[in-house]
Ligand binder design. Structure first.
Ligand SMILES: CC(=O)N[C@H]1[C@@H](OP(=O)(O)OP(=O)(O)OC[C@H]2O[C@@H](n3ccc(=O)[nH]c3=O)[C@H](O)[C@@H]2O)O[C@H](CO)[C@@H](O)[C@@H]1O
Ligand SMILES: C=C(OP(=O)(O)O)C(=O)O
Length: 434
């Protein structure tokens, strides 16, 4: 288990470039299985989750070639269907959340798929009902194999249908869309998730010959086609990383410019930081965050205490609540952070409390933060990163703290942030990997 040692109290200064979006690229790589032709993907982040998925594709027989510093080509001409039944494949899937999105393309193109319970963050129950029911609606048969603890999915041919999802699941919608593009007839998905990750996936599929309309809305219509072709795709900047950098600048009182953020795809994210009083300016496609000694949390118009809560897109992504929470610990004023989607994502606040933050954890979903207004610095601490976003939130806390901190289990951070210490040290941070 690797760790970071962080010397707190150093300001950042300069420019930083966000990596490609983790949650988009996981969908895009799975979608390359839908054609025997070559698909070139640019702006792929060099992070653990993505590298594990690329290796899994290679193991499945997909020809993967590195084309440039962050570009890869994928050619799924000779997929080894026997390997998909091996214990090795199933074990690898179980440690990677994104692997669940192999089901849709596999069953659509090859008529079968296998999956063990996929991994990812330990942030609460993460059910897969939306995926399974959606693909079943298209005509696939799901069997649970008790002995091997895996799901076996089979279909001669998928058939389009109407479905109303019970929740707007991000990976669930992606999975169903990838299955429906090769189904016979028309599929309509209502209450579809519509994050930029999904918009990008649908646009890429259309370039490959799919017929998807309603992109960016929660009502997708997909006319099935017989086959898809190769294409090129460029992944958007990672909006969660952009938000993490805004939070880092605010907490450390730093002036930074976040380059080429694809501002129009950030949705409500910049506004959510502004509600905490953080100043930020859109400059072309960059975000400039000025150095700020103090930032004051807004109240609602009726004078009541600000609540920041997650919601399906275009609401606020749950993946930034941990960062917003940590940033609030040094704001002026109070805020209620309400994590509606996940039930175990706020427990990391006990580490912030140890560092001197004023937080009341009301229940597993809600925490009230009473900001210090930079009048009292957090103390360096010794902590373990429980999940990817708590990990980055703890890193932000440590960077702003007095003294040195140590964060263990940084593999959780590496899942989603590329060479984070190298990039932050280049603009003034003092982080050592040991
Ligand atoms: C690899 C990937 O892309 N991971 C993202 C994806 O995970 P993932 O696709 O696994 O998450 P889902 O969108 O399926 O759901 C996440 C959680 O929110 C709950 N839920 C979801 C929709 C809804 O309308 N109401 C509701 O309560 C679900 O029950 C679940 O507990 O989306 C999550 C929600 O944005 C993000 O945190 C993850 O980073
Ligand atoms: C929860 C996340 O990732 P995953 O779905 O891969 O666990 C995340 O990116 O914040």
């Amino acid at each position: 288990m690797a760790s970071f040692v962080i010397e707190g109290g150093h300001k950042l200064c300069g420019e930083i470039h966000p990596q490609g979006a983790k949650n988009e690229v996981l969908q895009i790589i799975c979608a390359t299985l839908l054609t025997a032709e070559e698909v070139i993907v640019n702006n792929i982040p060099d992070i653990l989750d993505v590298n594990n998925l690329i290796q899994l594709m290679r193991d499945m027989g997909v020809t993967v070639a590195k084309q440039g510093i962050d570009s890869y080509s994928f050619k799924a001409e000779n997929v080894d269907l026997a390997y998909l039944e091996s214990d090795e494949f199933l074990k690898k899937c179980s440690s990677l959340r994104g692997s669940v999105m192999l089901i849709g393309p596999m069953v659509a193109r090859f008529g079968k798929a296998m999956i063990s319970k996929p991994g990812g963050d330990k942030i609460g129950r993460r059910r897969l009902d939306t995926h399974f029911i959606g693909i079943q609606n298209l005509g696939a048969d799901f069997k649970y194999n008790d002995e091997r603890e895996i799901f076996e999915i089979a279909a001669d041919k998928l058939h389009g249908t109407y479905m109303l999802l019970d929740e707007a699941s991000v990976t669930g919608t992606a999975n169903i869309v990838m299955a429906a593009v090769l189904a016979k007839g028309t599929t309509t998905i209502y209450n579809a998730a519509c994050e930029p990750y999904l918009q990008q996936l649908c646009r890429m599929l259309n370039r490959m010959g799919a017929k998807i309309s309603g992109i960016a809305s929660n009502l997708l219509t997909i006319e099935g086609v017989d086959e898809l072709h190769g294409t090129q795709h460029t992944v958007l900047p990672d909006m969660i990383e952009v938000g993490s950098f805004i939070g880092m600048a605010a907490m450390t009182g730093s002036e930074i410019t976040i380059k080429r953020v694809s501002y129009e795809n950030l949705g409500i994210i910049p506004e959510s930081f502004r509600r905490l009083g953080i100043k930020l300016e859109q400059r072309g496609d960059d975000i400039y965050v000025p150095a700020q000694d103090s930032y004051q949390i807004e109240s609602f118009i009726d004078g009541s205490i600000m609540t920041i809560a997650d919601a399906p897109w275009p609401g606020l992504t749950p993946d930034l609540l941990s960062v917003l929470l940590v940033v609030a610990t040094q704001a002026k004023g109070s805020v209620l952070i309400h994590q509606k989607m996940f039930e175990s994502r706020l427990f990391f606040v006990d580490k912030l409390i140890d560092m001197g933050a004023q937080i009341i954890l009301c229940d597993p979903h809600r925490a009230v933060v009473i900001g210090h207004n930079h009048g009292f610095k957090l103390r360096g601490g010794n902590m373990i990163s429980p999940d990817i976003r708590a990990g980055i939130a703890l890193l932000i806390a440590a960077m702003s703290a007095e003294g040195s901190s140590r964060i263990h289990n940084i593999e959780q951070i590496d899942r989603g942030y590329q060479n984070i210490e190298g990039r932050l040290n280049a603009i003034g941070a003092r982080i050592t990997r040991i």
